[in-house]
Design a protein around this ligand. Structure first.
Ligand SMILES: Cc1ncc(COP(=O)(O)O)c(C=O)c1O
Length: 397
């Protein structure tokens, strides 16, 4: 090795050039380090025993992970929440942390498709009994939540028919039966409802959606009311390797800063778009929770405080040919299987989220070939109503 090779090793391979300026950055830094160094073994002991705060290995925690979790905790009125690599990782963490063979789970029958698949295909394989109920029918749901039920999982507003769950009755039944109530708050967000204030024990999010808001990151969040359960969740997340990267957490934190104002605008747009589309001759039905013609209008006014959210669904007159013509005519609005982006997106449940169901099963949920779900963005409302009006006219003329 020449002396200049040694210099390269000293100055390039060795790190230790971290600047320690007297001033501080305004923006949260990104800490991509997979490992953290400690002063000595005693210092590491102090850290692991909780006498000091620090990091050792990024899968067990890193600053961007904690910062994002704490901000979502503030929104949900939670403590000790965790960020996971996706919304499904958060759902999976709840199952892994709470269930064992022989347990019984009661779940909403219109949950997000992948959650339904986990419940239908994976949990029974592990010896867990799963019972599905219509969460809008409080009495039927309460009857299914028998003593011995370990976990109940619901979404407050269903996808894509935007039905509103009878959360009060379900929470009361869980309390009586000693069951844990987990609420996936992705659709409603803490802007509409904070599940912990309604008796939930666990709150789940797909952060991918409205909270991050820009379709450039896939993340989840889970928190528990009980400190011991929160610790169990952390063990599962860390041990099964569900911890996300620093950059993803940083991106989501940046998106989260504008969540409140984005949500307000998207929700106002959604309410206006729903009313506009309802007046068009090519539309057979519009579903928006706070509209007087919605089947759960009263519950939307009480439980959701009159906030209908950022999603609108409608049925075009006709079937697949009309839907295809509509999607092509609305070429500036992405037809993409997501929701919660700053820009409006369209989805067609019969060919995407609900394609695994039979025609009869879909009909039972009120979904036919003409059914379209809109995730409403923050565009100018005049632009949106104009685009929808023109595309619906083109599709149904
Ligand atoms: C209500 C709900 N929960 C969970 C998920 C899963 O989240 P992710 O796609 O981030 O895994 C989704 C995804 O669309 C969702 O809509």
């Amino acid at each position: 090795m020449t002396s200049s090779d040694k210099d390269i090793h000293r100055s390039v391979v060795r790190r230790g050039l971290t600047p320690r300026p007297a001033s501080a950055p305004v923006v949260t830094p990104i800490w991509p380090s997979a490992v953290w160094r400690s002063e000595d073994a005693d210092a590491l002991d102090d850290q692991y025993e909780g006498r000091t705060q620090g990091y050792a290995y990024a899968r067990e925690g890193h600053p961007n992970w904690h910062i994002l979790a704490e901000k979502i905790d503030w929104l949900e009125g939670a403590t000790g929440g965790l960020i996971t690599g996706s919304g499904m990782a958060a759902v999976g963490a709840v199952f892994l942390a709470t269930l064992k063979a022989g347990d019984r789970v009661v779940a909403g029958d219109q949950l997000y498709g992948r959650s339904l698949r986990l419940l239908k295909e994976e949990l029974p394989r592990m010896g867990v009994e799963v019972v599905f109920v219509d969460p809008t029918d409080g009495a039927a749901a309460a009857a299914a939540i028998t003593p011995g039920t370990r976990l109940v999982l619901v979404e407050v507003v269903s996808n894509p028919t935007l039905r509103v769950a009878d959360l009060g009755t379900i929470a009361a039944a869980c309390k009586e039966a000693g069951a844990l109530l987990a609420v996936d708050n992705t659709f409603t967000t803490p802007r509409i409802l904070k599940p912990f204030e309604h008796g939930a024990d666990i709150v789940i999010h797909s952060v991918t959606k409205l909270l991050a808001g820009h379709s450039d990151v896939t993340l989840g969040y889970v928190s528990a009311r009980d400190a011991e359960l929160a610790k169990r969740l952390e063990t599962v997340v860390v041990s099964y390797g569900m911890t996300p990267s620093a950059f993803d957490c940083w991106l989501a934190e940046r998106g989260l800063h504008s969540f409140d104002i984005r949500f307000e605008r998207a929700q106002a747009n959604a309410a206006a778009l729903a009313d506009h589309v309802a007046g068009l001759s090519g539309v057979a039905q519009v579903l928006y929770p706070t509209r007087p013609d919605h089947p759960d209008h009263n519950r939307a006014m009480s439980l959701l405080g009159g906030q209908g959210g950022a999603m609108v669904s409608f049925r075009l007159k006709g079937g697949r040919p009309e839907v295809n013509r509509f999607l092509r005519a609305a070429a500036n609005i992405p037809f993409a299987p997501t929701l919660g982006d700053i820009g409006t997106t369209l989805s067609h449940p019969a060919s995407s989220s609900h394609r695994a169901l039979t025609v009869e099963e879909r009909a039972g949920l009120g979904i036919d070939e003409g059914f379209i779900r809109v995730s409403v963005g923050i565009e100018d409302i005049g632009l949106l109503t104009g685009e929808f009006e023109a595309a619906i006219a083109e599709a149904t003329r």
